[in-house]
Design a protein around this ligand. Structure first.
Ligand code: CO
Length: 502
């Protein structure tokens, strides 16, 4: 056993190196998006490309001298934490071992170039600029999936990078249920007599900044272990539990833009700040998956941050900051404005009801693309057709259609579904949270959010990667993934707002 103990120690040392390189990459990424002068882009791409290649080599080293294989053979000799560590190292290694280093570098190079091409195509509303490079990315990603291996579809190999153990077949079943519910539900809302107007006004950015900072702190963000900055696209990067960076974006005429993004990213950040420090540097100390991560941001942004009790507490403070724009709006009216349902072209502006339809459309297209059932040149036409079918609006141009997201230019196929999964997970987890903390609305209304954070720490954060997403969900909620929780949540909330039963 002593020898085995030595081997485990060696594996952990190797993984700790990986953690250091990944955190360094995160710092570079944060700096690029928040601080870096634009002209430095190609230099930064080289730094990032080099470190990505280094990560690839370090993953292969996890099995140096059959280290992983020998530990795997003795898996049941270890405690649950180390079993999870060994399994996750093995998973990473298996995903990586057959992929040639040259292919990894090629993908990194092309996607870095594609980012610029995509931005130009989007700016000029010209899909034909983006099409050739996207074709190359799709080919390379399929080649990569073939090296990684899969049971049924190359798309499954990509999905697995974001959400372990879920297949495209399972997703198709879940997403079809979602469509069957959401499309008629949206029609009901459209036919409602209740019409809600958008919030209008001029909201000073410096005042928005102060309010957002207060909000993040009240929700539980530790500013001694993190920062809040602004960037073109809001994001969260956790370098370690004691340094978690979040960003938001500001628009003078759209208060919700920065406020909702801040709540969303704070939700991600609380997860990162709440990961168990004693396991830092091992998989056990990391967030479990993209889908669960998204569930934590949506828990705060949607389930709590778009609830009436939340704004009963925070609205009076907001009103004091913006007396002119908000003087004639009551907390209840404001709550309705936060929750307007209106099909729109841009995913990131979508409301709770239409959001998943944006995702399903992308999932269906990218899955067919990777399975080579459709071609890159078909995307704009199919996008527009599906968009009209699911959301009932015509897409006027590709900039507001197929060119709007960054994901495909970065080769991130399989990423989108985690956004929809996050919605389903968060509704299901929220149901359990509400059972455990029965006076939750009173607590929220009084601004006491600490018990919610405590519950999430205890039920989600502390486990890191100990369980797979499926096992964790079952453990926290007592049931398998069930979109019914999301449907119940939407029905109850929006029937009241839009008086659907009247
Ligand atoms: Co998110």
């Amino acid at each position: 056993m002593e020898k085995t103990g030595q081997r485990l120690k060696l594996l952990k040392e190797k993984y700790a190196e990986l953690t250091i390189i990944s955190s360094t990459l995160s710092v570079l990424n944060w700096d690029e998006q928040v601080m870096m002068p634009h002209k430095s882009a190609s230099y930064r791409a080289k730094m990032i490309g080099y470190l990505s290649g280094l990560i690839h080599r370090k993953i292969l080293e996890l099995n140096e001298k059959n280290l992983l294989e020998s530990l795997n053979a003795l898996l049941d000799k270890f405690n649950a934490d180390d079993q999870a560590n060994i399994k996750e190292c093995n998973r990473l290694y298996q995903r990586t071992k057959n992929v040639p280093q040259e292919l990894v570098e090629k993908i990194s190079e092309i996607t870095s170039e594609a980012h610029m091409v995509w931005m130009k195509a989007r700016e000029e509303n010209d899909y034909s600029l983006f099409e050739p490079i996207l074709e190359r990315i799709v080919d390379l990603k399929i080649e990569e999936a073939n090296y990684i291996g899969y049971k049924k579809s190359p798309y499954d190999a990509m999905l697995d990078d974001f959400e372990r153990d879920i297949t495209s077949d399972e997703l198709t079943v879940i997403f079809n249920k979602l469509k069957d519910f959401l499309i008629p539900f949206l029609a009901k809302i459209k036919n409602s007599q209740v019409k809600i107007n958008r919030l209008e006004g001029n909201f000073s950015i410096s005042k928005q900044q102060l309010f957002n900072r207060m909000l993040a702190e009240k929700i539980g963000f530790d500013f001694k272990a993190g920062r809040l900055d602004s960037s073109a696209h809001p994001f969260t990067d956790g370098f370690n539990p004691k340094d978690v960076r979040i960003t938001t974006r500001y628009d003078r005429n759209d208060l919700f833009q920065s406020v909702m993004s801040t709540i969303h990213e704070t939700g991600h950040a609380l997860y990162e700040q709440g990961l168990p420090e004693k396991f830092y540097g091992t998989p056990r100390g990391e967030a479990v998956s993209f889908g669960i991560h998204e569930s934590q941001s949506l828990m705060w942004e949607k389930r709590i941050g778009r609830s009436l009790p939340f704004w009963q507490h925070f609205y009076p403070i907001l009103q004091k900051n913006f007396p002119k724009a908000l003087q004639d709006i009551s907390p209840e009216e404001f709550y309705n404005k936060v929750n307007i349902v209106e099909p729109s072209l841009i995913r990131t502006d979508a409301d709770e009801v239409t959001y998943c339809l944006h995702i399903i459309l992308r999932f269906e297209l990218e899955k067919d693309l990777i399975e080579q059932k459709i071609r890159v040149c078909d995307l704009p036409r199919l996008w527009n057709e599906k968009f009209e079918k699911y959301l009932g609006i015509m897409v006027p141009n590709d900039t507001q259609g197929v060119l709007q997201d960054i994901h495909w230019s970065s080769g991130g196929f399989g990423y989108f579904p985690s956004y929809a999964l996050g919605n389903l997970y968060s509704a299901q987890i929220s149901n359990s949270l509400r059972k455990d903390i029965s006076n939750i609305d009173d607590l929220i209304k009084s601004g006491n959010l600490a018990p919610i954070l405590g519950w999430l720490k205890e039920n989600i954060f502390q486990y890191g990667k100990l369980y797979t997403p499926k096992v964790l969900l079952k453990k926290v909620t007592g049931s398998e993934l069930d979109p019914g929780f999301f449907f119940d949540y939407l029905t109850e909330k929006y029937s009241a707002i839009y008086k659907l039963n009247a």
